[in-house]
Design a protein around this ligand. Structure first.
Ligand SMILES: [Zn+2]
Length: 76
C-alpha cells in the first residue's frame, strides 16, 4: 500500500516544482521536491518556512515513490 501523499500548492524555491508531501509514518510527514529531491520535515517547512535540504534523509524507497508519483501526475 502506498503511503499518504499529496502535491502541495507551495513550490520548490530552487526549481518552482510543486512540492510533494509524503507520510512516512503516523507522526512523520516530509516534503520533497520531485526534481531536486531536496526534502524537509513537513512541520518545519510549512509552519516555520524552513528551506528544503540536500542532506535530508529520504529513504531510497521513498525517493522512488516520489519519482513515480511525479512521472504519473496528471498533466494538463
Ligand atoms: Zn526543486
Amino acid at each position: 500500500m502506498e503511503p499518504f501523499h499529496a502535491f502541495l500548492t507551495i513550490k520548490c524555491s530552487h526549481c518552482a516544482t510543486p512540492l510533494l508531501r509524503i507520510g512516512l509514518s503516523q507522526n512523520s510527514d516530509i516534503v520533497v521536491c520531485p526534481i531536486c529531491l531536496k526534502a524537509g520535515s513537513y512541520d518545519d517547512v510549512l509552519e516555520e518556512g524552513a528551506e528544503l535540504s540536500d542532506g535530508y534523509d529520504v529513504p531510497a524507497g521513498t525517493q522512488e515513490l516520489v519519482r513515480r508519483l511525479w512521472a504519473n501526475r496528471a498533466t494538463p
